[in-house]
Design a protein. Sequence first.
Length: 528
Amino acid sequence: MLTQAIEGIDALVASLEKLVEALDEKAVAAASSDLRAAAKSLNDLAENHRTRQHAIEDLGRHRETLAKYVSDMRASLAYMRAFTVNIKIVSSGIAEAGSTFESFAQEISDCIESGREELRQMDEELMGLQEGLASALIQGATLTTRIGTLLPVLPNELSESAGLMGEHYARVSAVAGDVAGIARNIQKRVVRVLQALQIGDITRQRIEHVQDSIRRLQTDPELQGYDGRLMALGYGLLEQQLKSTIEEFHQEVTVVEAAMADMGAHSRELLKLRDMAYGGKSGGGFLADLGGRIDQAFVLVNEIEEADSSALRTGQETAAAANQLGKRIAAVQGLKNDVQYMALNTTIKCAQIGDAAKPLSVIAIELRDHGRHLETAAAAGLSELDELTGAAGSLATARDGEGRATDALGVAANLIRDARQRTEAEVGTLVLRGEELLAVIDSSTSRLAFREEIGDTLEMVADALTGRAACAPQDASGLEDHLAEMLEQFGSLYTMAQERNVHNDFVDSIGAEYAEVHEAIQRRAAAA
C-alpha cells in the first residue's frame, strides 16, 4: 500500500506542476491581454458586419439589373430568330434569290442559336449567383441578430474575465506551491516508512536464527549435559540477541507510526487546491463561470469567421461568375457582328436582284436594327458587370483590421479554453490522487498493530529466555571447548552485522574466567 502511496505522490506532484504550467504567469498575462483586445474588437465587428451586409445587398442589386439586360438580349435574339425564319419563307418565293438567302438565313440562325445558348447558360449562372447571395444574406441577418443580442454584454464580460484570470492565477499558484511542498514532504515520509519497514524482514530473520538456536539447545544431547550450565549460557546469548532485536524493532516501528500519522494529517491538506481552483460565483466554480463566457465568445467567433469566410467566398465566386459572364456577353457581341454582316450582305444581294427582293431587304434592315438593340443591351450588361465585379472585389478582400480582430478573439478563446481543459483535467487528477492517497494511508494506519501483535510477543519470549539464562554458572571450567563449539554453531546462522556485534559483546562480557573460551574459539577458527 505504501508503494501505491509513493506512486500516487509522484503523480500528484506531476499534476500540480502541470496545473501551474496550464495557468502560468506569462500565459495568464497573454490571455488577459487578448481578452481585453478581443472585447474591444468585438464592438468593431458589428460595424464591419453591417458594411459586409451592404456589400452583399449591392451585389444582389447589380445581379438583378444584369438579369434585366440579359432578358433584353434574349428578347432581341428572339426577334432576330423570327426574322431569320421570315427570310427563309420570303426567299423561297423569289426565283432570282436561288439558295443564297436560304444559306444566309441558316448561318444567321446558327449564330442566333449559339447566342441563345450563351444566354441560357448566363441565366443558370445568374440563378446560381442569386442562390449564393440569398444564402449569404440570410446568414448575415442571423448573425446580425446574434451580435445585437451579445453586444455589448459579451465584451464587458470578457474584460471582467481578464481581471478574474489574474486573481485566480494568484490564488492557484500560491496554493499549488504550498500543496506541492506538502506533497513532497509526504513523499519523504513515505520513503522513510518504506525504509523503516525493512525492520520486518530483519526481525523475521533474527527471530528465525533465535528459533533455530533454541531448537538446537533443546534437541542436541551434548548441549543438554553439564548440569544445564551450557544451555543456560546459550539462553543468555539468545536473550541478548532477542532483546537487541526488540530494541531495534521498536525504534523503527516508532518511525513508521510517527510518519504515518504525519502523512495522514498532511495528506488532507492536498485537497485544498480543489476549492481554490473551483471557487466561483455560479456554484459550478470559477472555471465553469469563465468557461461559459469563453465558450459563448468562441461560438460567436466561429460564427463571425464563418460569415467572413462565406462573404469572402461569395465575393470570389461572384468575381469568377462575372468573369465568365463577361466572356459570354462578349460572345453575344461577336454574334451580333456576324449577324449584322450577314444582314448587310442580304441587303446588298437584294439590291442586285431588284424590286422582287424588296421584302427581304426590309427584313434585313429589321434584323440589323435588332442587332443594334442587342448591342445596346450587351454594352449596358457589360457596364453593369463592371459594377458587379467591383463590388465583388471589395467583398472578396478582408477589411483592414477585420482579420486581426477575429484572430485576436480566436486566439484568446483558444488560450482560455485550453487552459480550462488542462486545469480541469489536472485538478481532477489531483483530487483523485489525493483521495486515493488518503484511502491508502487510512487503511494502512488502521492495520498497524506491530507493537501488540509482534512487540508484545517478543517481550514475552525475551522474559522467558531471561528466566532460563538466570542459572548461568559463574564457573565454566571444563566447558570451554563445548561452549566455543556452541557459539560457533550459533554464529554460523548470522546474516547481519548487528547479530555478530551482540555475539561478540556477549563473549566479551563473560569475563576473565572465561578467557579459555576465546582461546578455544581462536583454535577452532585456525583449524577451520
